[in-house]
Design a protein around this ligand. Structure first.
Ligand SMILES: Cc1cc2nc3c(=O)[nH]c(=O)nc-3n(C[C@H](O)[C@H](O)[C@H](O)COP(=O)(O)OP(=O)(O)OC[C@H]3O[C@@H](n4cnc5c(N)ncnc54)[C@H](O)[C@@H]3O)c2cc1C
Length: 320
């Protein structure tokens, strides 16, 4: 059976959500393909292996080594190359988090082939895989085929949905022999320093976002209140962060964060592709005075009107 090898990324002691959503997407597109995962660390947790199994991975190469405690290019590349040699997958892929984006192109270079990066969709053309990648500020999609026995790709963060009810079972656990020499360890890890202020929009189930139509810094108060009532986070467009109505960490879109909430409420936002490309929401509600605003093309529910009148009504309703 053909295999796809997925590089697993761990964040804050959990399998990263973009890895899980990638697993879901792969199973949707590729039938009769066995998904194998590579999982590295100093002390791999059984929970991570089981989580991968639940999300459809049949076999996990769980490689424990001191040298694999944190991501470093050389030891990770070396270990992946051994697994690729053993498994001969049709594709090697990782979600486009920073480590995957470093690792996968290096593996492609080792095989003398190219790599599709920041993919947002896959389709099949007979036996060929078509990789869909946004280009030109997300205003176009480039579709590519890759040459070579093994395809290499990374995916864009927030591009796919997680299967909320995964039904997979316990995966087989595999290992390989890999040893590291001083030349593999030319970079040493010092520490990972957390940013002083972090906004976790990526994991938010509800986002109430505002655009230029909010009209000023103080008007973000109602956005905050609504987000709080809905148990969510606030978000913003670049039009707001550029003029410092709100910190940059709240920006959503091409240069901001990619988000995939269940509910996204966008008020006073025109719906520019650079903003909307960062949103993969189950439900989008848009509030805008201009009935021709592009955001209504993305919205499941649209309200044409002044956000300054509509949001207080919504707040009152939610307060009961
Ligand atoms: C390379 C590049 C990267 C970019 N990356 C990003 C990015 O990551 N994220 C991002 O957001 N943008 C990004 N942008 C900017 C993007 O192109 C848009 O300019 C921006 O998203 C517009 O923000 P906006 O919708 O808030 O403002 P506008 O486009 O000015 O829209 C404001 C909207 O509010 C409506 N409105 C006004 N008053 C009210 C009211 N009282 N009630 C209701 N509606 C009202 C108006 O009808 C209008 O539709 C990028 C641009 C470039 C060139």
């Amino acid at each position: 059976m053909k295999k796809i090898l997925v590089f697993t990324q761990i964040r804050e002691e959990k399998v990263e959500e973009n890895t899980l959503s990638l697993l879901n997407k792969l199973q949707e597109v590729f039938k009769d393909v066995e998904i194998t995962a590579a999982l590295f660390g100093k002390q791999i947790k059984e929970d991570w292996i089981q989580e991968l199994g639940k999300h459809g991975v049949k076999k996990v190469y769980a490689i424990n080594a001191l040298e694999l405690e944190v991501y470093l290019s050389r030891p990770y590349v070396k270990t992946m190359l051994e697994i690729i040699k053993e498994t001969q997958p049709m594709m090697v892929i990782a979600s486009g988090m920073v480590y995957g984006e470093d690792l996968i192109p290096r593996l492609a270079v080792h095989h003398g082939v190219s790599c599709a990066q920041r993919v947002v969709d896959f389709t099949l053309d007979g036996e060929d895989i078509l990789f869909h990648t946004p280009v030109r500020d997300d205003q176009a999609i480039m579709i590519t085929k890759l040459k070579g026995e093994i395809k290499f790709a990374t995916t864009r963060t927030g591009a796919f949905f997680i299967n909320e009810n995964p039904t997979g079972g316990s995966p087989e656990i595999a290992s390989i022999d890999v040893s590291f020499e001083p030349k593999d360890m030319i970079v040493s890890h010092v520490e990972i320093k957390k940013a002083e202020r972090t906004v976790n929009l990526k994991d938010a189930k509800v986002i109430v976002a505002a655009g230029r139509g909010v009209g000023g810094k103080d008007n973000f108060q109602i956005i905050r209140e609504l987000a709080e009532l809905l148990g969510g986070e606030i978000g913003a467009t670049r039009a707001c962060t550029d003029v410092h109505w709100i910190e940059e960490t709240y920006e959503i879109g091409q240069t901001g964060q990619s988000v995939s909430p269940d509910l996204y409420i966008g008020a006073g936002i025109s719906g520019a592709p650079q903003h909307m490309s960062g949103i993969k929401a189950k439900t989008i509600i848009a509030i805008n005075t201009d009935e021709g605003a592009p955001i209504f093309n993305y919205a499941d529910y649209g309200i044409v009107g002044d956000m300054h009148s509509i949001l207080p009504i919504l707040k009152k309703k939610l307060e009961g």
